[in-house]
Design a protein around this ligand. Structure first.
Ligand code: MLT
Length: 403
């Protein structure tokens, strides 16, 4: 037998696994350290009561023969898909029920959708980027070309018409940089994709953090996107489902490329390889889209956004260059003292007991940058900010770096 040798081309360990190992090692050497984790973007607010009540009821449904549910439809129950359609309707986007595919989260779909594409496609990925886009394509042996996101373009690169691509990844609001495209900028990406006959894989996992009406919440708010984009979304950050697992992918029924219909291919793929998300979870997800659910998740999102503001205020106070934090739960900043990303990771861990994510873990352009997540508790966010401020005071006093 032979193995997939392309696995030799990826890093030994996934970024967040490497960070967890570093934390465990530090903890074993410093058992009393009071670590504040602002690394992986994992939520801390409990599920909203509308979701809990719905899942509670669904558990009881499973206890009675009349309301018991076995295998569900692979594409997701209509009761949930209908609510998702209405949610899009509120964004001014018309999406049909046959265009929604319920999944166990964005990460799975981001990887799984590659089943539909030939290996010889050229993939365009911004750098820095969520590592899953890169790793899943490397695992398949696809050629990747990078587009630079950097301080000059505010980490929002625009298409270069002379660069050819077949598959394009866009995540907005962006993970890791927190930067978000406005509608005009996204229109240029859609036009570019159409001119290349390329497909955009649009990751909208953080759309619920957008308040600014000039920014897009969905690629389908842009004219022409139905003909060249699929959108992958998740309830992980929107409704605290990181441990519950539910997301959805939207593929227009008339998305045709290379003589094939992508919506039909995805139905075929999912019905062969996926048995759907559990009834209980889908009932919980349905409740997210109810009026009470939407009000409750908004409270949680605002809580995280307030955390983000506290971190942004610190960046302004210390005059540290940063992006994100406004329509995003991530704050992406330049490491003080010209440190490398991992140097700053160790420095912050050892001196402030604060864990963040080194920017270089997201690509070469992330070197020298650092990401903090606003998904912690208010108390920990305030504590972390105080510790970083204090650390900065020491640095300035000792003239370690000038700001
Ligand atoms: C992150 O911290 O980048 C995300 O939580 C990872 C993910 O959503 O898979």
């Amino acid at each position: 037998m032979r193995l997939n040798k392309f696995y030799n081309n990826i890093e030994d360990s996934y970024l967040f696994s490497t960070i967890s190992k570093k934390i465990s090692l530090y903890k074993s050497k410093n058992p009393s350290a009071d670590l504040i984790k602002m690394g992986i973007g994992d939520v801390t607010r409990p599920l909203c009561s509308a979701t809990i009540d719905a899942m509670d009821k669904a558990v009881h449904d499973m206890a009675e023969a009349e309301t018991f549910h076995g295998y569900g439809p692979e594409q997701g129950y209509e009761f949930l898909r209908e609510k998702i359609c209405n949610y899009y309707g509120d964004l001014g986007v018309s999406v049909g029920i046959g265009e929604i595919f319920v999944s166990d989260g964005a990460k799975s779909d981001v990887g799984n959708i590659l089943d539909l594409f030939a290996r010889d496609n050229k993939v365009l990925i911004p750098d820095p980027v969520y590592p899953v886009y890169v790793d899943t394509n490397i695992m398949d042996g696809r050629e990747i070309i990078y587009i630079d996101a950097n301080e000059e373009n505010g980490f929002l690169p625009m298409p270069n018409e002379s660069q050819e691509a077949d598959i394009i990844y866009i995540c907005s609001p962006n993970n890791p940089t927190g930067a978000a495209y406005n509608k005009e900028q996204l229109k240029r990406w859609v036009d570019y994709a159409q001119s290349m006959n390329a497909l955009i894989i649009y990751d909208a996992a953080y759309e619920a953090f957008v308040d600014d009406s000039g920014l897009a919440r969905s690629i389908f708010q842009i004219d022409g996107a139905r003909k060249c984009a699929v959108e992958i979304c998740s309830l992980s950050k929107t409704a605290g489902f990181t441990g519950v697992r539910c997301g959805y992918t939207v593929i227009s029924e008339d998305l045709e490329m290379d003589g094939m219909n992508i919506n039909k291919m995805w139905i075929r793929r999912q019905s062969t390889k996926f048995n759907g998300v559990s009834y209980i979870v889908q009932r919980g997800a349905e409740a997210v889209f109810s009026p009470e659910g939407r009000a409750q998740i908004k409270t949680n999102i605002n809580y995280y956004k307030e955390n983000a503001k506290i971190i942004c205020d610190l960046m302004r106070e210390l005059k540290i260059w940063f992006t994100g934090g406004e329509n995003s739960p991530y704050i992406w900043f330049k490491c003080p003292g010209n440190r490398s990303s991992w140097e700053y990771f160790d420095y912050l861990l050892e001196n402030a007991n604060v864990v963040g994510t080194p920017g270089s873990g997201f690509g070469k352009n992330g070197e020298g940058f650092f990401r903090l997540s606003a998904f912690g508790s208010r108390e920990n966010t305030i504590k972390a900010v105080e510790r970083i401020r204090k650390l900065n005071d020491f640095l300035v006093r000792d003239n370690k770096y000038g700001i």
